[in-house]
Design a protein around this ligand. Structure first.
Ligand code: SF4
Length: 167
């Protein structure tokens, strides 16, 4: 099973979301991925495309890789899920490394909050990522969808109506 960066992010957000997404139950109309794509299209990256290349490897599509400096740039709308974003960028760095592409570090950017965060890949992360992959396979392979988690951020989730219908 090829693990994607999105699945790594969802593992650190909500296991139910991971299961729903991975089992092809996707809310296209309200997809956060679509919203993120639009947001990134609206940011300054469009004005500085020359510096970055797009890298596509099994499971990951990195839109802004600075090959000269070996830096992965990832832009997000809000830092609320920062731990999930950090995990996702660490996974990008890991997959690049596994494919023989030297990446030095990642930068998470939150333009609306004027916040950036450097992300490094450590030996501990390399071990953790292998266990995340196994955990994802276990969760996705379950017959039943994991329960709702009743967190405040559920209101911003594209599965909100699906999860809380009838409540
Ligand atoms: S609405 Fe909440 S419980 Fe449902 S998938 Fe999203 S984060 Fe998980």
């Amino acid at each position: 099973m090829t693990i994607t960066g999105t699945q790594i992010s969802y593992l650190h957000t909500c296991r139910r979301k991971l299961w729903l997404f991975s089992n092809q139950i996707q809310m296209e109309q309200t997809s956060e991925v679509v919203a993120d794509g639009k947001f990134i299209g609206d940011t300054t990256y469009e004005q500085r495309p020359g510096k970055y290349i797009q890298v596509e490897l099994p499971g990951v599509k990195i839109d802004f890789y600075d090959a000269k400096e070996g830096v992965v740039h990832e832009t997000k709308r809000s830092a609320k899920m920062e731990q999930a974003h950090i995990a996702q960028v660490k996974y990008y760095l890991y997959v690049l490394e596994q494919n023989g592409i030297a990446a030095n570090y990642g930068i998470l950017e939150y333009p609306t909050q004027r916040h950036t965060e450097r992300v490094d890949l450590t030996d501990e992360d390399r071990v953790a990522i292998e266990s995340w992959k196994l955990e994802i396979e276990e969760i996705v392979g379950r017959e039943a969808c994991p329960p709702v988690i009743n967190k405040p951020f559920c209101k911003q989730c594209s599965y909100f109506d699906f999860c809380y219908v009838g409540e």
